[in-house]
Design a binder for this molecule. Sequence first.
Ligand SMILES: NC(=O)c1ccc[n+]([C@@H]2O[C@H](COP(=O)([O-])OP(=O)(O)OC[C@H]3O[C@@H](n4cnc5c(N)ncnc54)[C@H](OP(=O)(O)O)[C@@H]3O)[C@@H](O)[C@H]2O)c1
Length: 199
Amino acid sequence: MINVAKLKAGEKVLIHAGSGGVGVFAIQLAKQLGAFVATTTSTKNVQMLKDLGADQVIDYKTQNYINVVKDFDVVFDTLGGDYTLDAFKVIRNNGRVVSITGPLDKITAQQLGLNFLVKNIALFQARKVLKLAKQKSALYRMVLMNPNGEELNKIGSMLLKQEIIPVIDTCYNFDDAKQAFEHLATGRTKGKLVIEFNN
Ligand SMILES: NC(=O)c1ccc[n+]([C@@H]2O[C@H](COP(=O)([O-])OP(=O)(O)OC[C@H]3O[C@@H](n4cnc5c(N)ncnc54)[C@H](OP(=O)(O)O)[C@@H]3O)[C@@H](O)[C@H]2O)c1
């Protein structure tokens, strides 16, 4: 959102699954940047996302976000599939769609150093998304998180200053790590799951 979408103050961003492990941080970072934040989640998490600062929380149990948001500058897609394709229905011309689950784009495929065949298979899988991006003169990028010390330091100091509040669903002991991954696989977690190495 910062490095690739280059979200700016005053811009409108839609963050899918704002109640997930990535979403709770993405909402707060986007607010820190001064953006207007709309986000999707289900009824039970609506208040939590308002409390984290989201300007517009769309409850997917009662509303279809496609009818609610329009001409957004950026979509941050954490869901993939149709959500990646439909992002182009809600962005403005020249907008940006950044996905962490969608098909690979050319730049990320190159960064991964994929060989010619695998890269072209990946780009074939991305053809629908790339076509929609072209029709809207939009940017599409699939981003793989690549944390570095400098960025983690910045996030660490925001946490210490309570500019970002971590949301932790459950802490597991290391011995229960399998349960933690089973919990994560339900797709229903609120924020992060933590595995503790020291009891
Ligand atoms: N590219 C990368 O480097 C990278 C890095 C981290 C994660 N990922 C991927 O990014 C995705 C998101 O990760 P995450 O850790 O944030 O996931 P997560 O924590 O498992 O997300 C769970 C949350 O998603 C919400 N959700 C589920 N379906 C939804 C829908 N249709 N609309 C809106 N919200 C919905 C759930 O809310 P409800 O319970 O209310 O439905 C729940 O709070 C995963 O596929 C993960 O593998 C990629």
